[in-house]
Design a protein around this ligand. Structure first.
Ligand SMILES: [Zn+2]
Length: 131
C-alpha cells in the first residue's frame, strides 16, 4: 500500500465519522419507531469491541428501518479490517493502488475505478435500489 500514514489516518477518521453518524441515524430511527427496546443494544455494545459486531447485531434485529444502514456499516467495518490487515487502499481485483481522490470520496472503496466500472457492467443490477 502506498498511502502515507497521514493520508491513511485521514481516511480512517472519515470512516469513524461516517460509522458514528450511521449509528446516530439508527438510534434516531429506533427512537421514532416502536422499537425502543433496541436502543439499549446501541448503548450496551462498547465502542472498542462493538465495531466488528455492531452491523451483525443490528442485522440480527431484522428490522427494515435498520436494514438499509447495515450494509453500509458492514462496508465500513470491512474497510477498517483492511486497514488492520494493511490491505486498505489496494484494489481487491487487480491489486493496484486505489486513487487517493477515490478513497476520499468513497472511503469504503475496495476496487479501483477501472475494476469498479468493469464490475458494474457485469453486475449492473447491483446498483438498483430494492423497493
Ligand atoms: Zn482494480
Amino acid at each position: 500500500m502506498s498511502l502515507s500514514q497521514t493520508h491513511l489516518a485521514d481516511l480512517v477518521r472519515l470512516l469513524d465519522v461516517r460509522h458514528a453518524a450511521l449509528l446516530e441515524e439508527v438510534r434516531g430511527e429506533l427512537e421514532q419507531s416502536e422499537n425502543l427496546q433496541y436502543i439499549e443494544l446501541l448503548d450496551r455494545v462498547p465502542a472498542d469491541i462493538g465495531d466488528q459486531s455492531m452491523a451483525d447485531a443490528l442485522a440480527d434485529l431484522n428490522l427494515a428501518i435498520v436494514d438499509r444502514h447495515v450494509r453500509e456499516l458492514r462496508d465500513i467495518e470491512a474497510a477498517r479490517a483492511r486497514v488492520a490487515d494493511r490491505t486498505y487502499g489496494v484494489c481487491v481485483d487487480c491489486g493496484d493502488d486505489i486513487a487517493l481522490e477515490r478513497l476520499r470520496a468513497w472511503p469504503t472503496a475496495k476496487r479501483c475505478h477501472a475494476c469498479q466500472q468493469q464490475r458494474e457492467r457485469t453486475f449492473s443490477h447491483e446498483g438498483t435500489p430494492r423497493l
